[in-house]
Design a protein around this ligand. Structure first.
Ligand SMILES: [Zn+2]
Length: 70
């Protein structure tokens, strides 16, 4: 395993590092990316290090996140 060619996947929401790594030529389709910080799975696709978030408004009730800091 050559670690230099793989990179950590970052959470699309909070940008923190997840425990998933990908290679430059990795293809993840409809992948439940678990974020240890959000403690949630984000449904993403990653193709050649480019991440696309898969919204599923029909199957998942979209939670309302409120980022309010006093
Ligand atoms: Zn996150």
């Amino acid at each position: 395993m050559n670690d230099e060619t793989s990179k950590w996947v970052h959470c699309p929401v909070c940008r923190s590092k997840t425990r998933i790594k990908v290679y430059e030529d990795s293809v993840l389709l409809n992948f439940p990316l678990f974020c240890p910080k959000c403690k949630q799975e984000h449904n993403v696709s990653i193709i050649q290090m480019k991440m696309v978030i898969n919204d599923e408004p029909e199957t998942l009730p979209r939670p309302r996140f409120q980022y309010k800091y006093p």
